[in-house]
Design a binder for this molecule. Structure first.
Ligand code: G3P
Ligand code: CA
Length: 392
């Protein structure tokens, strides 16, 4: 289980109530365009032959994780749109395939928790148990649905106990295809007169390739169709499986990011191939040099940058930021969320898990490590924190 999944499964101790930082949203977005010239210079030195485009992004770059998923059901056009309206420059998509090979935006192929599929009696017989990357799941899976069938479903909030306010939008949006998102980004780019950056992740690529549903080729085909395959195209491509990134490296020229889970974990393609290396090996200089031979960035857990102790408090930063920069890699760690339940212990406020803690304080600590960007469910808060950081 990834740290992200473990965190998401924590339940709040009460319904909570949050005040959106909406009043500052648009201002923060424009202010953040000019953040941190010193840090930007650091990023500008990196990226190899790819990435003239991403070097133009503000640093630290605020990446809207699954859209503005702190406020809207994740991976919906509503969530992506709200993130963009907040001022986020980069919007994240996770990709899984349908039975007929279409790429759709979901965090996992098990759609039990993020759609209303359980309310559709016509699909009751599709409920099943599968092993995905060595973990058993029971539910409904995208690879068992055609796109037409999937389009009859509606998205819902993943963590209603923590984000009760978001449930007001349950049932409002469909599961978007990547192609719909590319068209949306093109429309929004024309309307706003600037590029809309995407940060696109291939989910479970080895698992899907074994089913005859390889992700990288259709992804590359769509990127080519929309002119987003070039080294300066406004998208990052990311995966927890280095093999997926290496495959993409041969198909397109867009900048590539290797995601890293906990130090003791092994990428699933390593497990399948019998490669004994763990994430702890990959963050050593030799591992970073290997990653830099085909990728431009790392997406580590926040804990790989600053580990937490047994009480959940932050300890001393590791050398990962320095070492990755020395290898020519940028860092986009994940995932900052405003609620107490996700924050380091010293930034929690009060005892209600779903209430907001001192998220601005936490963002500041992460930015001070020298990271180049950060994934967050709360892009408005991240943009304010980035603007504050630039002013210091
Ligand atoms: O892709 C960055 C971050 O999203 C990785 O974690 O599990 O939320 O996709 P996950
Ligand atoms: Ca992701």
């Amino acid at each position: 289980m990834t740290q992200g999944k473990a965190n998401e499964q924590q339940q709040s101790s009460g319904p909570g109530r949050r005040a959106l930082l909406a009043t500052a949203v648009l201002g923060a977005g424009s202010a953040a365009l000019a953040v941190a010239p010193a840090a930007a210079a650091t990023a500008a030195e990196q990226g190899g032959s790819r990435g003239r485009g991403f070097r133009s992004l503000p640093v630290p770059t605020v990446i809207a994780h699954r859209g503005a998923s702190g406020y809207r059901p994740e991976h919906t056009l509503g969530s992506y749109q709200f993130a963009l309206d907040m001022g986020a420059r980069v919007i994240e998509q996770d990709l899984v395939p349908t039975k007929d090979g279409h790429l759709v935006c979901r965090h996992e192929n098990d759609i039990t928790g993020t759609t209303d599929v359980a309310d559709h009696p016509e699909f009751a017989g599709r409920r099943t148990t599968k092993s995905v990357d060595g973990v058993s799941y029971t539910g409904w899976f995208t690879e068992d649905f055609t796109l037409a069938e999937l389009k009859t479903l509606r998205a819902k909030e993943r963590i209603p106990a923590t984000r009760q306010e978001n449930t007001v939008y349950d049932g409002r949006w469909e599961v978007p295809t990547l192609e719909e998102v590319l068209q949306w980004a093109e429309r929004e780019g024309r309307r706003r007169g600037r590029e809309i950056w995407l940060h696109i992740e291939t989910k479970h690529p080895t698992y899907f390739r074994k089913l005859g549903l390889g992700l990288e080729e259709p992804l590359a085909k769509l990127l080519r169709k929309y002119g987003r395959h070039r080294k300066n195209s406004p998208n990052f491509l990311q995966s927890f499986e280095p093999g997926s990134i290496q495959r993409l490296n041969k198909l397109v020229d867009a900048p590539l990011v290797v995601l890293l889970s906990s130090a003791a974990s092994r990428p699933w393609d390593f497990v399948e191939a019998g490669d004994p290396r763990t994430v702890a090996d990959l963050v050593k200089p030799e591992g970073l040099k290997w990653i830099a031979s085909y990728a431009q960035g790392l997406g580590p857990t926040l804990d790989l940058i600053i580990p937490r102790d047994a009480s959940g408090r932050l300890t001393q930063p590791t050398t990962l930021v320095r070492d990755a920069h020395a290898a020519g890699l940028i860092l986009h760690p994940y995932t900052m969320r405003n609620e107490n339940t996700f924050l380091p212990a010293e930034f929690r406020r009060g005892t209600v898990a779903s209430d907001y803690g001192d998220a601005l304080g936490a963002f500041k600590v992460w930015f001070e490590t020298g990271i180049d960007g950060i994934f967050t469910d709360n892009p408005d808060t991240g943009l304010l924190a980035a603007a504050d950081f630039a002013g210091n």
